[in-house]
Design a protein around this ligand. Structure first.
Ligand code: FMN
Ligand code: SF4
Length: 488
């Protein structure tokens, strides 16, 4: 396995389908794995279209337009077994095929919101190789029969939006966007960039479309689904894909679906841009086969833990996932493994999200971790449904009281009860479930730590409140924060 940290020079253009296999292999056999999505990162010229073309860019699009039908392209994407990299892990070929079967006009929306703490792979990808996203989008539009596309980028990522706008303008100038894409009769495509509205919920695909349509970003009731009439952008069938999902597409077309499907875990194969942060020596972006072990990620690539400390906990997919511990170091980090038994329990799947791994060392206090995580979800709840709006606020207030030494140990049971009442798809979107993942798993893995932390803090602050007193306090505090949260 190789890694491609920033600063590495861009490799030569990739071998294409049917080329001899590097290292003396035979044509037709899978090409050995190497980083492709991050290969251009660190090259200061990688943003310009001429550089991209020199590296073999837009050859996949030309191949689609000149040698393939839209159905052939969808078949390649389906055969590659690409699953979406945005978190839900939905098969991309199935999404494209379903949308194409519904009547035009259809839209493509790229989800570049990426607002969860611990996730930054899309930002690096856009900064490093924006034309490969644009090429993936144009191929999607060709396959699904789309004439208008949108990139919805996190509002704070102004630099990314500017980079993309420059590249989109270049593509129009070169005849790669606009009427007659690459001279192809009957295939035109426009591309627009919109900066997001500054909230995590804007990344949920239906809230994102509400925001694009000019309304407050709140998730829609499904069905109808985005791919269907009535469910997508402006009520039209719409493909919503993550940045990384679309950046895989040119490589699938160039190298063949068999190459892609041969990389990593066969249930969710391909290259994956992992981001790793927290108590590791070399936090950053690592492109590796989907399914690398947690142990390799931390110790082989991220340089081990800071001060060589023991790992206490790991968030495998940023804040929205359950916590793993050092007994899980040999688990493979991929969508399929972390969403199926044995990584599926009372609180649902452990989850892999977009692959934003956060490592917490032995000094990390789990109670404080939960205070931070719950604060994020309480702030970011859009307020549309009651269990999430009220529950996230309640959980955060209870945890804050525990951290402040103003709670009793039995309050932990009340917290667990509230968490269970939010969990299990009782909310309109997945944010409600996300909000309880870390808490639920902390009860499973770290209950003694939590009991001790609550008792120690209460002793340190000279408190020792009864359950009634602390619950009453939480009620007042919770009410105050609920008002602020709904005004989000
Ligand atoms: C609260 C919330 C936030 C989300 N944020 C993102 C995001 O920032 N980027 C993203 O691609 N998907 C995000 N998703 C998942 C999207 O709803 C959707 O599944 C994804 O964009 C589909 O693209 P894919 O099939 O290529 O993964 C989020 C989901 C939820 C519930
Ligand atoms: S689960 Fe939370 S974020 Fe999602 S719709 Fe309900 S209130 Fe809004």
């Amino acid at each position: 396995m190789a890694q491609s940290p920033q600063g590495q020079p861009a490799p030569p253009p990739p071998p294409l389908r049917g080329d001899p296999v590097p290292g003396g292999g035979k044509p037709g056999l899978p090409i050995p794995w190497e980083p492709v999505l991050t290969a251009a990162m660190g090259d200061p010229n990688s943003l310009r279209i001429q550089n991209y073309v020199q590296r073999g860019g837009y050859t996949a699009l030309r191949r689609c337009i000149e040698q393939m039908t839209p159905q052939d392209v969808i078949k390649d994407v389906t055969d590659s077994k690409l699953v979406g990299r945005g978190g839900a892990g939905f098969p991309t070929g199935m999404k494209w095929g379903g949308t194409a079967r519904n009547p035009a006009p259809r839209y493509l929306v790229v989800n570049a919101d990426e607002s969860e703490p611990g996730t930054f792979g899309n930002r690096y990808a856009i900064d490093g190789d924006p034309h490969s996203l644009i090429e993936g989008m144009i191929i999607c539009a060709f396959a699904v029969g789309i004439q208008t596309s949108h990139i919805y980028i996190r509002g704070e990522n102004r630099r990314g939006a500017e980079i993309l706008q420059t590249c989109v303008d270049e593509a129009y100038r070169e005849g790669i966007l606009g009427p007659k894409v690459m001279g192809k009769d009957g295939f035109s495509l426009d591309m627009y960039i919109t900066r997001g509205a500054g909230a995590y919920i804007c990344g949920e695909e239906t809230a994102l479309m509400e925001s694009l349509e000019g309304r407050r970003a709140q998730p829609r009731i499904r069905p109808p689904f985005p791919t269907e009439v009535g469910g997508g952008l402006f009520g039209r069938p719409t493909v919503v894909n993550n940045v990384e999902s679309l950046m895989c597409i040119p490589h699938i077309i160039n190298r063949g679906p068999g190459w892609f499907a041969s990389i990593g875990n066969p249930a969710c194969p391909g290259p994956k841009v992992y981001t790793i942060s927290g108590d590791v020596n070399k936090p950053g972006v690592y492109e590796l086969p989907m399914g690398v072990t947690l142990r390799d990620l931390v110790y082989k690539y991220a340089g081990g833990t800071t001060r060589n400390q023991r790992i206490k906990a790991v968030s495998p997919g940023a804040l929205a996932c359950q916590l793993l511990t050092d007994k899980h170091l040999d688990v493979t980090m991929d969508t399929a493994t972390l969403t199926r038994p044995p990584f599926f329990n009372d609180f649902g799947p452990v989850g892999f999200g977009a692959g934003g791994i956060i490592v917490y060392g032995e000094d990390c206090e789990i109670l404080d971790l939960l205070v931070n995580a719950s604060g994020f979800f309480a702030r970011e709840s859009c307020g549309k449904c009651v269990p999430c709006r009220e529950g996230t606020t309640w959980m955060h207030m209870m945890l804050r009281r525990m951290a402040a030494g103003a709670a009793a140990g039995k309050d932990l049971n009340t917290l667990l009860d509230v968490a269970k009442n939010i969990s299990g798809r009782k909310t309109l979107c997945a944010l409600g479930d996300f909000a309880v993942e870390a808490i639920g798993s902390a009860f499973r893995e770290f209950r003694p730590d939590l009991d001790k932390a609550v008792a120690d803090r209460a002793a340190r602050h000279g408190n020792g409140h009864s359950l009634n007193a602390s619950s009453e306090g939480a009620q007042h505090a919770g009410h105050a924060v609920t008002v602020a949260g709904t005004a989000n």
